[in-house]
Design a binder for this molecule. Sequence first.
Ligand code: SF4
Length: 355
Amino acid sequence: MLTPSWTTEFKSSYKTLAELEAFLGFSVSASPEVTATYPVFIPRRLAQKIKTQGPDSVLARQFLPHQNELENQQAGFSDPIGDQRFLKAPQLIHRYPTRALFAPTTVCPVHCRYCFRKNELYAKEEMFRPEFEQTMDYLKSHPEISEIIFTGGDPFTLSDEKILFYLDSFKTIPSIKDVRFHTRYPVSLPERIDEGLLKILITAQKSFRTVSVAIHVNHIDEFDQDAAHAIERLSTTGVQLLSQTVLLRGVNDQREALVNLFQEFIRLKVRPYYLHHPDQVKGGLHFYLSLEQGRTLYHSLRQELPGWAIPQYIIDLPGGEGKVPAHNSESHQFSGHLITLHGDTISLEEPVSPS
Ligand code: SF4
């Protein structure tokens, strides 16, 4: 049973290396310079899981600061997916004709050390922007936009009142038919999935054609009973539940890890949706793996999972050109060579001539 309010839990998160190390009982491999550049923010419940699972766990690797973040600072991109190029109105990124990203907050329930926005988000505050009228004007003058994707930061950081304000505003624009929220709260701070939020999601379905929640989880070890309960509660609202996962070196770059994760999503009635190839983010390159490694892994999922349980493997092109499929066709290369699998490796063969 989840009793404390989510705001109480949020405020009690660990925000300094010293208090975090004192709680964990082991040293974190990061100097104060690392956390001065990329601050710490870890909810107590997550810190407890890291303490239990240990300093080499996949949770520790994703959320504890590490000295590697300051190495190779000349490489990588501050804005690896080119969001700023497509910032068309306050907090509105319009890259694809029919969808727009709306980022009303820079605050998250945890600081993921691999985050593609880590050079923009950390240490900033939530913004309830007065220029919202400009955003509305842009949306009204672009009726081709049919879906608003709430992003951030994490949009569930907003109070219920602010989420309602935005939904009430967007529903006055007839061309906006679908809304989607991308969030890490269900596993990072599941207390957020409370009665107030569930009610908002139920009510929103009367005003929009679809309401979706894309849940960001990278490894099965992130789930626990409270997270599963939060996701099951989301499921009862009738919203479409989608998954979102980032492929990360040292975290989930094993076939078994991905298979276990997608099977758990299915068990929780979350449709596997996106597997992101990692972005080349400044301060996060130690999580990067090559496209060839990612493709080999992705192809191998076919042996373990039915097609409907496999998410789309995509890559955001550096520079802002958007998401493109990261995988090759299952059986052909553009050269016409056949791709065959030998265990975990892929080899190319000449196509067989028709007889
Ligand atoms: S929750 Fe998302 S936006 Fe926030 S730090 Fe993690 S990856 Fe970045």
